[in-house]
Design a protein around this ligand. Structure first.
Ligand SMILES: C[S@@+](CC[C@H](N)C(=O)[O-])C[C@H]1O[C@@H](n2cnc3c(N)ncnc32)[C@H](O)[C@@H]1O
Length: 349
């Protein structure tokens, strides 16, 4: 890892995905589950919900001979493994499970799962493409306003030291203008608001994520693409950005030396295509039958072990749907080909 100055996008790319020493790609590394808990790791209920969504997609597509489930940013294949475990044999027999992941295939993975480092070819997939906490790991550049309120690219070294580089221009400036309006200072000079930007505001330029997502959606011939992630909206972008690090289960300063995850919330509204639907994870999981209600106490008398199981499941469901936590995640749904529109709408198939 060099200690040269570069933008956060380039630094993150090297730190997370460098061939020998990247945080995610380092041979023998523990994978995402060794450092943080995603919805997939919280409970099998999540894979169960994805399986339920896959079955809705299957029905909407008229039960094709080959039904794809593509997991983008598949970690160690936990979601695909969980879905395969709960699908009925008839559907599993037609399923083509595929992991798209920059890390190497784990040993002992179910041999039915195809493992590849790149997205499938455009228009080659019929089924469900699912990406949980993928886009927040697609590297982005960071900008910060200088003493005169001019947004400049933040440069960083592998030890995490930062300085400001040149002003943001071109397609990145255009993305900022359209999707991440930095809030002007409220100061007033001679009775007129100056509209100047205060120093120290920060933003992440989500353009690489918009492009990555559009490429993922384009792999579908027919079906549904879903991205689930930490998200924010144009009207409530955080004024100082969200770039951060995770290591061994703890949030840490983002240092791009391969020792920690580097992540930033996703502007899912900017990624969304024209026919996209957006829900919170809480709404999506509830539509798929996951809810955190406790089992009736009467069950404890008639079926004590069933009651304990149901209680555990309700606890996991509550964690997955907590509006202040994972339930507050955004789900971006992109139906391709019409048949899979509205699958999570109230009363959806
Ligand atoms: C936060 S982890 C999420 C893992 C899993 N989806 C889960 O929810 O537990 C993000 C994963 O995305 C992978 N990843 C990031 N960019 C990728 C890309 N362009 N293609 C394939 N995998 C990618 C990383 O290697 C990492 O394993």
């Amino acid at each position: 890892m060099t200690n040269e100055w570069c933008g956060w996008r380039e630094a993150t790319e090297r730190a997370l995905y460098g061939p020998d020493d990247g945080f995610y790609t380092r041979p023998g590394g523990p994978g995402p589950a060794g450092h943080f808990r995603t919805s997939v790791h919280v409970s099998g209920l999540y894979a169960g919900a994805v399986a339920a969504l896959l079955r809705r997609v299957d029905t909407a597509l008229g039960h094709p001979d080959e039904l794809a489930l593509v997991d983008v940013g598949a970690g160690r294949g936990e979601l695909l493994t969980g879905v395969l475990a709960v699908l009925p044999g008839e559907v599993a027999g037609r399923l083509r499970p595929c992991a798209v992941e920059r890390a190497a295939r784990p040993r002992d993975l179910d041999p039915r799962i195809d493992w590849r480092g790149e997205l499938p070819a455009p228009g080659s997939v019929t089924g469900l493409l699912f990406a949980n906490e993928w886009l927040d790991n697609v590297p982005v550049d960071v900008v910060e306003t200088d003493a005169d309120g001019v947004p400049r690219r933040v440069l960083v070294r592998a030890d995490g030291t930062e300085r400001l580089g040149g002003p943001v221009d071109g397609a990145d400036a255009e993305w900022l203008r359209r999707w991440w309006a930095l809030p002007p200072a409220p100061d007033v000079i001679g009775g007129t608001a100056t509209g100047a930007l205060p120093p120290g505001l920060r933003a992440e330029i989500g353009r690489p994520r918009d492009e990555a997502w559009a490429q993922a959606v384009r792999t579908l011939r027919a079906g549904l693409a879903v991205a689930a992630d930490y998200a924010h909206e144009r009207g409530d972008r955080p004024p100082f950005g969200t770039l951060t690090g995770f290591r061994d289960g703890r949030e840490v300063s983002p240092v791009p030396d391969g020792s920690c995850d580097i992540t930033a919330h996703v502007a899912l509204d900017a990624c969304a295509g024209p026919s996209a639907e957006r829900l919170t994870q809480r709404e999506a999981l509830r539509a798929l039958g996951v809810d955190g209600r406790r089992p009736p106490l009467a069950l404890a008398a008639t079926d004590p072990s069933g009651y304990v199981r149901a209680l555990g499941s309700a606890g996991s469901a509550a964690e997955l749907t907590d509006p202040a936590g994972l339930g507050g995640f955004g789900w971006l749904l992109e139906p391709v080909g019409g048949a899979c529109a509205g699958l999570l709408a109230a009363g959806g198939a």
